[in-house]
Design a protein around this ligand. Structure first.
Ligand SMILES: Cc1ncc(COP(=O)(O)O)c(C=O)c1O
Length: 365
């Protein structure tokens, strides 16, 4: 029998149970309750920003930001072809047009040169996704955005704790959106967070997310709002997880070191690379394999307890997005076809990661 080595399973323990009990005992289980404000405040403090607004999910966070920016019909949003579907769906929720560009073959993130070429007078936003926790080249993206007067939304769903030029991802663009889905760096079960450089816009998002409920007269709703709030239960979980974040990040960084050391002699393997002025969250450590049948390798690994996941399929492959495919997206397809995400859950021990390397090497032999 092989021990199961987890890909991205959540690490929830005693501290979380204590905070959850506290929330339940307080009687505040829904969207009212002290944990929501405390989680937002602690999150903002950690990232060094003035304000953070919690949401129901990372998807909701991106949707709320696009809505707040007034992005809609006739507007174009530049996005990477390789990401999780949730980075892109909000663009269609607001009836804007996603303009897909290819990714950089080294970082696997949106290619700044391709972004610049894709800009038209309809471009309103660039969504920069820090894929698998690896920071985008924000200097280039912000320079282009400034030159053309375009907003930058960072999709930091996978990159909590990652840094670029010493600053946390999510705090570099106009807005940063985070996810606390069960498989992310920290979890609230399901949830998200928005940070940004406009306290006024964040305040308005908070208001809209709470059914646009008037503060002075709670039965009055002056705008069309949303029910996109985080609950006190979720925030209790989030606060406990936030206290453990540093430990999670250290562990993930160590897993990355182990993978690189143990697999460096295998010629068939190369890694997603991080820019020299950045640190990844190492949400998932991902590799490329040359001349290997990836599904077969995955199934062999699974039989020996090692859980892996294929790289995201380029979004232009999906029926609602095929009509936006306007070139070959060669890097995105190559990485999808050859790539593999390795086990990085903090439930694993360092020994588990050494075992995963040994088993992988055995399967490749
Ligand atoms: C890159 C990326 N963007 C957005 C999301 C959406 O987050 P959520 O699942 O919390 O809606 C996720 C994760 O699911 C993601 O990986």
């Amino acid at each position: 029998m092989y021990k199961k080595i987890f890909l991205d399973a959540p690490n929830v323990g005693e501290l979380e149970k204590k905070y959850l009990n506290n929330a339940i005992d307080s009687g505040y289980v829904s969207s009212v309750g002290p944990f929501v404000a405390e989680f937002e405040a602690e999150f903002a403090k950690l990232l060094g920003v003035k304000k953070a607004v919690s949401t129901q999910s990372g998807t909701t966070a991106i949707h709320m930001v696009l809505h707040e920016l007034g992005v809609g019909k006739g507007d174009e949003v530049i996005v990477p072809a390789l990401t999780f579907i949730a980075s892109i769906n909000p663009v269609l929720y607001v009836n804007a047009k996603p303009v897909f560009v290819d990714i950089d073959p080294v970082t696997w993130n949106i290619d700044a040169a391709a972004v610049e070429k894709a800009i038209t007078d309809k471009t309103k936003v660039i969504i920069a996704v820090h894929l698998y926790g690896n920071p985008c080249n924000m200097d280039q993206i912000l320079r282009i955005a400034k030159k053309h007067n375009i907003y930058v939304i960072e999709d930091a769903a996978e990159s909590l704790g990652a840094k670029y030029n010493g600053n946390y991802t999510g705090t570099l663009g106009d807005f940063g959106c985070f996810s606390f889905n069960g498989n992310k760096v920290i979890t609230t079960g399901g949830g998200g967070m928005i940070v940004g450089n406009s306290p006024k816009k964040l305040e308005h998002i908070k208001f809209l997310a709470n059914q646009a409920k008037d503060r002075s007269n709670e039965s009055y709703h002056p705008e069309i709002g949303f029910n996109d709030r985080m609950t006190n239960i979720e925030a209790a979980l989030g606060l406990a997880q936030l206290k453990r974040l540093e430990g999670f990040l250290k562990k993930k960084e160590r897993f990355n070191e182990i993978y690189r050391n143990e697999l460096k002699s295998i010629k068939k393997i190369s890694f997603q690379e991080t820019l020299t002025n950045a640190n990844s969250s190492y949400w998932l450590v991902c590799i490329l394999l040359k001349d290997i049948d990836i599904p077969l390798l995955q199934s062999n690994l699974k039989n020996k307890g090692v859980t892996t996941r294929r790289i995201f399929m380029p979004i232009v492959e999906f029926p609602p997005y095929k009509r936006y495919k306007n070139h070959d997206y060669k890097n995105s397809y190559r990485i999808y076809e050859r790539g593999l995400c390795l086990p990085c859950s903090t439930l694993n021990s360092e020994d588990d990661i050494y075992s995963a390397c040994k088993i992988l090497k055995g399967c490749l032999r």
